[in-house]
Design a protein around this ligand. Structure first.
Ligand code: FMN
Length: 375
């Protein structure tokens, strides 16, 4: 009954895909004035040539309350025409493309001037930045900003949007009792901590139409050292609730940069969120997408055939081999070459460590070591 063919078309998250392979959002801070640079367009063209069913574009910022530079991609009225070049190109290759909307909150890699907003007051474990709590009016404004950004994404030709609610960014922090200590309707028990996500989902559907696909990336667990953040039981409740409210897909991830496990685990080579994604796929009918550690096409086919998981999503393997899915499709089924060294986290632009020159590798090595440290 579950039998699904990985390389055949399928309806996933409200979008017709030519196969069940997704490129998971992978940010690349090489924008020009917040719009896709030629270098970004060229990378995305190579990904499209690689026969992906769906690309989730690396996270796009949009809020007045957020901090970012002109090198970060931002979804707003001024950048619509730049993104249109990417979506048109993807569609010419038969690849669908979704915009991931994100608010950094306090998870920044620089110290900005002025207030840095979060659900309540706390010190960010990654940046050391002290959060200023959003006022209720600011939250209402933020919800509207999500709607406007989604409308821009729709105008730019994206096939849908994905809310980034994982990995320690803003929506993940709203879901977590560690960072969300609010006492109004946006904090308290789990139902209230997820209220902002539900309001954003409703706003986007109101603005863009109920048939405009909205997905979400969630942590199956924050894997924080004290186990006080989002855990698997919370994740299942949040997911079920969102499913009832009309979310179109849930990408199952986990971990933060401060936790026991990172979302991009170093040197792990098999599907490390499989158990949580499988459990979720047994209780909801919404499309479940599995990400993290997928390197082996035999394993991927078994996962798709033996469970209700609808699709698989890959990030680092597609940095090393942009044409990986095409290679597998054409019969070379050897494992992805990515060894999960995490040398691809490069603030000058995402690039596989093994394609860097010796000198560049030496510069990159300390960042790579840091990105390996929480596994
Ligand atoms: C360089 C880099 C940038 C990333 N950027 C994003 C991002 O913008 N949004 C997101 O949700 N995840 C991001 N991720 C996490 C990946 O989407 C993915 O969840 C994680 O790497 C595990 O999948 P993998 O084993 O296939 O790499 C990024 C990962 C890497 C390596």
């Amino acid at each position: 009954m579950n039998s699904k063919e990985a390389f055949k078309p399928a309806l996933i998250g409200g979008i017709e895909l030519k196969n069940r392979f997704v490129r998971s959002a992978t940010s690349d801070p090489i924008a020009e004035n917040n719009a896709p640079s030629q270098e970004i367009i060229n990378k995305y063209e190579k990904l499209c040539e690689g026969e992906l069913g769906l690309i989730i574009m690396g996270y796009l910022v949009f809020s007045k309350t957020d901090h970012y530079s002109e090198k970060d991609l931002s979804m707003n009225n001024d950048t619509i025409s730049g993104f249109k070049k990417v979506t048109d190109m993807a569609h010419n290759y038969g690849t669908k493309i979704v915009a991931q909307l994100n608010h950094n909150s306090t998870q920044l890699f620089f110290k900005p001037e002025g207030n840095v907003y979060g659900p309540s007051e706390y010190t960010d474990p990654v940046s050391g930045i002290m959060a200023t709590a959003f006022s209720k009016e600011q939250i209402h404004e933020l919800i509207k900003e999500y709607g406007q950004a989604a409308a821009c994404a729709k105008d730019a030709g994206f096939d849908g949007v994905q809310l980034h609610a994982a990995h320690g960014y803003m929506l993940n922090k709203f879901l977590s009792p560690v960072f969300n200590k609010r006492t109004d309707e946006y904090g308290g028990d789990l139902e209230r901590r997820m209220q902002i996500v539900i309001d954003i989902l409703r706003e986007i559907k109101n603005v863009c139409g109920s048939d405009f696909p909205v997905g979400i990336k969630l942590n199956s667990s924050d894997f924080d050292s004290e186990d006080k953040g989002v855990n698997e039981a919370d994740f299942l409740v949040i997911s079920e609730n969102l499913s009832l409210k009309g979310i179109n897909s849930i990408e199952v991830s986990g971990g933060t940069l401060a936790g026991v496990y990172s979302f991009s685990r170093a040197k792990k080579h098999s599907a490390y969120h499989f158990a949580s994604a499988k459990r979720l796929s047994e209780i909801i009918t919404t499309s479940v997408i599995l990400v993290g550690g997928l390197r082996d096409v035999d394993e991927i086919e078994t996962i798709l055939n033996d469970t209700n998981i609808a699709a698989v999503s890959l990030s680092r393997p597609l940095i090393r081999e942009l044409d990986l899915v095409k290679r597998w499709m054409n019969g070379d089924r050897s494992k992805a070459k990515c060894v999960a060294c995490n040398g691809c986290f490069n603030h000058k632009g995402v690039q596989c460590f093994f394609t860097l020159s010796k000198e560049e590798q030496d510069v990159q090595r300390p960042v790579m070591k840091m990105m390996q440290s929480n596994n």
